[in-house]
Design a protein around this ligand. Structure first.
Ligand code: F6P
Length: 354
């Protein structure tokens, strides 16, 4: 049985993409007569017909490599059906490229936006399989996404390292972690790194309560406080506003700076903001992500062998499953404010500022 497979990685990169690509490729070569085409830079390459025939050698030595050998780009889903000044019909061109390449299926590795476009292409009649990558861990239908554990390790290391300098100076340190909509990374690494305050997009905070937590620590002879804040965390006032009303005149004055400024004003305690940023997405995947990426990639190859498309591979408990794309696309897995992890954190004294 021969199958021509297109592979693309879209959206923000993360550690584990190459391990997953390798998993798909190796299992495909093992399970059937596979021909693999790499599409460059996500859906942009599919639109522009930018691709490369790949061979076994291309998948060698990439298990531990960060980033993606295919390149990636953000091509927003909301623009997919919009014909702009360039007059390009993106959906039609993606379908043309798929047909010109004589693909039997297209495997799309990506996050929420990628899954929405994957579902669109599936509805348009293409054979699509999605694979869940993102350091945000916010894809509906999977317990874990690949990239998340590596990012947690990096973020935890940042929080660990901040402790000694915070303690030496007796400062409040506000560490801003990635996660615009969902706070999984901040919650997990906040607990793992022993943060005193955790601020999430799902639980609006009151800066006065955060300041009170810093002062309470001071009274109990803890001269420093570590705050882990997700980049999308909102104060109660901001959360009550419509998105358009939340004017931030200076885009570099991110939430960590706003929180730090508020605390310094309210408490007089010396406060610093720390933003590890894209370091959280960089470098080699941790062993957990290498294995998870491989398992999910291998499942994709098994699905191709069975001719089962229109699905996204996921981890449920300890089982790798395939969810219908239509069921997962367009939904975001947020942290439920009453989640057991939130309760656990509260019960060990972590403040959420609510
Ligand atoms: O979706 C992954 C993510 O790292 C988010 O946590 C973050 O908000 C966003 O990507 C950053 O995007 P970019 O790399 O385009 O700046």
């Amino acid at each position: 049985m021969k199958r021509r497979i297109g592979l693309l990685t879209a959206g923000g990169d993360c550690p584990g993409l190459n391990a997953c690509i390798r998993g798909v490729a190796r299992a495909s070569y093992e399970l059937f007569d596979a021909e693999i085409v790499g599409i460059a830079d996500g859906y942009s390459g599919l639109i522009q017909g930018d691709f490369q025939e790949l061979s076994r050698r291309d998948f060698s030595g990439i298990l531990t490599r960060g980033g993606t050998i295919l390149g990636t780009r953000r091509t927003p889903f909301r623009d997919m059906r919009v014909i702009g000044d360039d007059k390009v019909n993106k959906v039609a061109q993606m379908k043309d490229t798929y047909r010109e390449l004589r693909l039997d299926c297209l495997v799309c590795l990506g996050g929420n936006g990628t899954h929405k476009t994957a579902n669109l292409l599936s509805e348009e009649g293409l054979n699509i399989i999605g694979l869940p990558k993102t350091i945000d861990n916010d894809i509906w239908g999977t317990d874990v996404t690949f990239g998340f554990h590596t990012a947690c390790n990096i973020a935890t290391d940042v929080i660990d390292r901040i402790h000694s300098t915070a303690e030496s100076h007796g400062r409040v340190m506000v560490v801003e972690l990635m996660g615009n909509k969902a706070g999984w990374l901040t919650l997990q690494s906040g607990i793992a790194g022993g943060a005193d305050v955790v601020l999430l997009p799902e639980i609006p905070y009151d800066v006065e309560k955060v300041a009170a937590a810093c002062e309470a620590r001071l009274r109990s002879k803890k001269s420093f406080t570590i705050i882990a804040v997700a980049e999308g965390a909102l104060s109660k006032e901001e959360a009550a506003m419509k998105k358009k009303e939340r004017v931030n005149e200076n885009p570099y004055r991110t939430v960590a700076y706003r929180v730090a400024e508020g605390i310094q004003k309210l408490t007089g305690m010396e406060t610093r903001a720390v933003i590890p940023g894209h370091i959280q997405r960089g470098g080699s995947p941790c062993p957990y992500d290498r294995v998870l990426s491989t398992r999910l990639g291998v499942m994709a190859a098994e699905l191709i062998k069975e001719g089962k498309y229109g699905v996204s591979v996921a981890l449920k408990g300890d089982t790798v499953v395939a969810n219908p794309l239509a069921e997962v696309a367009g939904k975001t897995k947020m942290v439920p404010p009453d989640h057991e992890l939130v309760r656990t954190a509260r019960e060990i004294g972590i403040t959420f500022g609510d």
